[in-house]
Ligand binder design. Structure first.
Ligand SMILES: *Cc1c(COP(=O)(O)O)cnc(C)c1O
Length: 287
């Protein structure tokens, strides 16, 4: 990461838990590099959610979430959440990397954002981005998000518990080449998950690899309990074959380069009984 930084770098943007390769970022290592170079860190915490991971406590400046996933757990509404740390203005003020916050905004009567005593990123997102682009959440969708947040902590614990059980089943299955789930002791992300996630709970997203594109498609089509859709974070379990759906525009070499081999299957584990999910996967493997 450090080798890629130059005069034009505005931010280091990363995910706490990446989708679909399911890696856990070393947050402290990334924020240390950013501080050394006076650069902002922005992290997408959608998959971990604030229940499992609180990046501000590890030195991140701005946290963003897609609220369209675990927030309602029902895929009901599209929205986003942005949270910034206290005192971000002191870091941005006079920092040559950020003229858009330090110079007068002509479209807002010469307002200089660092001079306003309000949360800086949130203010600018509201005053210019949302005003210009109109991507404002409707009152009804906001209400759905608020309802969903009430049960988020309970659901995230159960998603994590269920995913752990399914991951262990997959790891023991002869047709599975590799399982990507940070809750597994054998996983290279296990130490980071223990360090950054509440009690090492690793959310509901996992992926696993079977021998071929065709075999992966066959398994996905044979499941009965899983919904075959590209969303994640739903209370109902979801199965996706990235190489034939979300990533189908990539060549085989590009798929491997971005950590999505053609035999990779992604699961978003829901709140059903784990034994039912395992039975469904077992029959799909045999199909
Ligand atoms: C879905 C998703 C997004 C995009 O969010 P939308 O609410 O669909 O616009 C961004 N980041 C992650 C990690 C996601 O899963």
């Amino acid at each position: 990461i450090e080798a890629l930084i130059d005069d034009k770098t505005k931010a280091i943007f990363f995910e706490t838990l990446t989708n679909p390769s399911i890696d856990v970022a070393d947050i402290a290592a990334i924020t240390a590099i950013a501080k050394k170079h006076g650069i902002l860190t922005i992290v997408d915490n959608t998959v971990a959610t604030p229940v499992l991971c609180r990046p501000l406590e590890h030195g991140v400046d701005v946290v963003v979430h897609s609220a369209s996933k675990y927030t309602t757990g029902q895929g009901l509404a599209i929205g986003g959440i942005m949270v910034e740390r206290h005192g971000l203005v002191d870091f941005i003020k006079g920092n040559a990397r950020y003229p858009q916050f330090n110079e007068a905004d002509e479209s807002y009567h010469g307002l200089v954002y660092v001079d306003v005593p309000l949360p800086l990123f949130t203010l600018r997102a509201r005053l210019s981005l949302l005003r210009d682009l109109g991507a404002v959440v409707s009152p009804f969708n906001s209400w759905l998000f608020i309802q969903g947040i009430e049960t988020l902590s309970l659901r995230m614990r159960e998603h994590s518990r269920n995913a752990q059980i399914v991951a262990e089943f997959l790891e023991s299955h002869p047709m599975v080449k590799k399982v990507n789930y940070p809750g597994l002791k054998s996983n290279s992300n296990y130490a980071n998950a223990q360090r950054y996630f509440e009690n090492g709970m690793s959310s509901g997203l996992l992926s696993f690899e079977v021998e071929s594109f065709e075999k992966a498609k066959q398994i996905v089509d044979a499941t009965k309990l899983f919904s075959l859709v590209v969303n994640i974070g739903d209370s109902k379990s979801i199965i996706t074959h990235p190489a034939s759906t979300t990533h189908q525009q990539l060549s085989n070499e590009e798929l491997v380069a971005c950590g999505v081999p053609s035999g990779l299957i992604r699961l978003s584990i829901g709140l059903e009984a784990s034994s039912d999910l395992i039975d469904d996967l077992a029959q799909a493997f045999g199909a």
